[in-house]
Design a protein. Structure first.
Length: 153
């Protein structure tokens, strides 16, 4: 676990590899739950019988479900001590190089791309790559932007 407790520590982490998380499984239940939450019930995600004859031979996770896993993986890659407040500021770039097929296992890989001081805090860009077990292409690559405010800058 990578732990940072100040603006200076985050600034010094620019370029740092944050390692990987544990693998998690992407089952049909997770996909269906996401479909229900978003209203996206396209057959390629939620109709296993029909998806068998589709382009991937099975249901695939929504791209935005794969993207949302960055929120699950980030706290497994990095922890902030003495944090007064952290704000998800957005994303710079998102790509979906490969489909995540139902039954696949994925994990997050992190890297601190940039860190810059902002008034009373630091803005950090962490690239989260959602790796698919056994695939040479990831399911998602996202450059997340967070603004962090420490009790002891």
């Amino acid at each position: 676990m990578n732990t940072f407790g100040s603006v200076a520590a985050v600034l010094a982490a620019e370029g740092r590899d944050l390692g990987v998380t544990d693998w998690i499984g992407i089952d049909q239940r997770r996909i269906d739950t996401f479909a229900d939450a978003t209203g996206d019930h396209q057959w390629i995600h939620v109709e296993p019988q029909r998806a068998k004859d589709g382009p991937f031979g099975a249901c695939v996770a929504h791209g935005y479900l794969t993207l949302a896993l960055a929120n699950l993986f980030l706290p497994q890659l990095v922890r902030y001590e003495r944090l007064k407040m952290g704000v998800n500021y957005g994303c710079d770039k998102v790509r979906f190089p490969a489909p995540v097929i139902v039954g696949a296992r994925v994990r997050g890989r992190g890297e601190v791309l940039r860190a810059e001081e902002i008034p009373a805090g630091v803005q950090v860009v962490v690239r989260v790559t959602v790796e698919i077990e056994g695939s040479n292409k990831p399911g998602c690559v996202v450059d997340t932007i967070s603004r962090l405010y420490f009790t002891n800058p």
